[in-house]
Design a protein around this ligand. Structure first.
Ligand SMILES: Cc1cc2nc3c(=O)[nH]c(=O)nc-3n(C[C@H](O)[C@H](O)[C@H](O)COP(=O)(O)OP(=O)(O)OC[C@H]3O[C@@H](n4cnc5c(N)ncnc54)[C@H](O)[C@@H]3O)c2cc1C
Length: 534
């Protein structure tokens, strides 16, 4: 029987990302995807800054940007009677504003899922140790204390194959067969509103180029819909929600009806339109009770299904596997205790619940759950969810608390206070290399453990060298990377003799505000605690 350390079920954006995250940490994996190729519908489009930070840290940022559109071509959100008609409102979401650069050196990107997945697939297939099999499905599985036994079905020839895996990642989407087979319940609301997505070709530049937006909401007495930017030229989506309130039914959507609705939304009766696809779907707002069952982990839509209002589904899924894969790698490589894996559920499931709830609040504020038509709008938080994108705070055994309080925020959805407190994302600060080039802390973390030592923290560097721990050291100060804006110590909340240990997912695992009597014992204690070895 074939053996593999990790079996990944599902070749959507989350499974594909898991594949290269594991490969880059030296863990071989087998990914199976039941379809012959990647997505044919452009479902998710908005890749948020946090996900782009991860793609950058993994070396795939440029390829993703080349497949998508830059922020300046999608910076606005527009409300109008029709595309050609009166404009009601336009907003610049936070990500399009100058202050976004203070939080991250990385910008968001719009890349439709059917353009993104081939990029992630090619990147995953290019990594040593990865095998990706399309047209191949997980038919059944069982697990024991020592591993997962899976039966795969090759759909090209109908042959079955038995595979033994140490662990399995179920990135098999919202209808997750793995989740159902394990009997994991869902918390929240199923089927909150119905929708139809239409993919079409039409040249809409005349009505869009001078107000480049990611979304053009259409609101008139006959129709409520949304034009979705895909290539900002001749490939677009048109989305109609809450069908009943508009006297529509998903089963009635023919190419003729779709063409008529696109022209109605555009306000151009003779617009040449070619319908490429019609995809009905139903939004839900629910999260799995457990993300980890024995040796099986749920990730992405298999773990949480949320309304796309806010664009968090895929982003949250990519960030799930970014949290999981370093833990799996260190456990498989004998560097961490298996108990570290339980922190995946502890850290990601509460966050999945919070993000799903806020995505639902967005949808409610936009009238998506109404049975009858009402004026469109969106609460001010919509597309300004800075707190949700950057402000996640993990509380688990893989974080060593330092007794300080969480940064106070008035609105956790919109407000983010950068902080070096354990449990939060290691914030962005500019440092300067000896050759004068600037580098962000975001480009120093995200793969290995990193120990930042303050400008008088030589003792930490000595301790790390003496202990021989598998971590990178970054001295901030005259002997290392200069603190360009002079606020690294303040931002990370340490004195000049302090130190901060950042985990391989870019989250702070531990910090010491100043130098203790025995730095080696303090550092070793924190490192081993994060890895579950004490
Ligand atoms: C209209 C719309 C707009 C959206 N917009 C956004 C957005 O802007 N930003 C955002 O972040 N998210 C958005 N989303 C959500 C996003 O599309 C999903 O969150 C994302 O696709 C989830 O990725 P995934 O890899 O978890 O699951 P999926 O993409 O569903 O992939 C799961 C894969 O598993 C495969 N599979 C299932 N069972 C098996 C099996 N037994 N064996 C082998 N393979 C199997 C399936 O074939 C599928 O390819 C949107 C969704 C919709 C519907």
């Amino acid at each position: 029987m074939r053996s593999v350390p990790v079996l990944i079920v599902g070749g959507g954006p989350v499974g594909l990302t898991a594949s290269f995250l594991l490969s880059r940490r030296g863990v071989p994996s087998l990914l199976v995807e039941r379809h012959p190729g990647t997505a044919i519908h452009p479902k998710a489009r908005g890749i948020n800054v946090r996900t782009m930070e991860i793609f950058r840290q993994q070396g795939v940022e440029d390829a993703v940007r080349n497949a998508g559109l830059p922020p300046e071509r999608t910076g606005l959100i527009v409300w109008a009677r029709t595309l050609a008609g009166e404009e009601i409102e336009r907003r610049t979401p936070w990500r399009g504003r100058a202050e976004a650069a203070q939080i991250s050196p990385v910008r968001n990107c719009l890349c439709a899922q059917d353009y993104l997945e081939p990029v992630l697939r090619a990147y995953a297939e290019g990594q040593a140790g990865a095998e990706l099999r399309f047209n191949c499905e997980l038919a059944s599985f069982e697990q024991s204390d020592t591993g997962v036994h899976a039966t795969l079905l090759d759909r090209t020839n109908g042959r079955e194959e038995q595979v033994a895996a140490d662990y399995m990642i179920a990135a098999d989407g919202a209808q997750s067969g793995v989740r159902q087979a394990l009997g994991v319940g869902m918390l929240g609301k199923k089927d909150v509103y119905d929708s139809v997505n239409m993919l079409f070709e039409a040249d809409l530049r005349r009505w869009t180029t001078d107000r480049p937006a990611a979304l053009y909401f259409i609101e008139n007495p006959e129709l409520r819909g949304t034009f979705l930017t895909i290539n900002a030229h001749d490939r677009w989506g048109f989305l109609v929600n809450s069908l009943k309130s508009q006297g529509l039914r998903a089963e009635d959507f023919t190419p003729e009806l779709a063409e008529r609705l696109v022209r109605l939304g555009a306000g151009i009766p003779d617009l040449p339109v070619k319908i490429l696809g019609i995809a009905p779907w139903v939004a839900s707002a629910q999260v799995a009770e457990r993300y980890m069952m024995g040796r099986v982990f749920l990730a992405g839509d298999a773990a949480h299904e949320m309304p796309p209002t806010g664009g968090f589904g895929m982003n949250t899924g990519v960030q799930d596997v970014h949290n999981l894969c370093w833990k799996l790698a260190l456990v498989l490589q004998g560097e961490a205790d298996a108990s570290l894996l339980a922190t995946y559920h502890d850290e990601r499931q509460p966050l999945g619940r919070a993000i799903t709830e806020q995505s639902l609040h967005n949808a409610i504020s936009m009238g998506r759950l109404q049975e009858t038509r009402q004026a469109a709008g969106a609460r001010p938080e919509y597309l300004n969810e800075i707190g949700m994108i950057f402000g996640a705070i993990y509380e688990s055994r893989a974080v060593v608390p330092d007794g300080t309080d969480r940064p106070a925020v008035a609105n956790p959805v919109t407000d983010y206070v950068p902080s070096g407190r354990p449990g939060g994302r290691a914030p962005h600060a500019w440092l300067k290399k000896p050759d004068g080039e600037r580098i962000s802390t975001i480009d120093l973390v995200g793969n290995d453990f990193v120990l930042f030592a303050g400008s008088r923290g030589e003792a930490w560097l000595d301790a790390a060298a003496k202990l021989g721990l598998a971590l990178k050291t970054v001295p901030v100060g005259p002997d290392g990377l200069a603190d360009v804006e002079g606020h690294w110590h303040e931002l990370y909340g340490v004195e000049r003799t302090g130190a901060v240990l950042v985990r391989p997912d870019g989250y702070v695992g531990w910090r010491s505000a100043s130098l203790p009597a025995d730095p080696a014992t303090a550092l070793a204690g924190a490192y081993h605690a994060i890895l579950g070895r004490v």
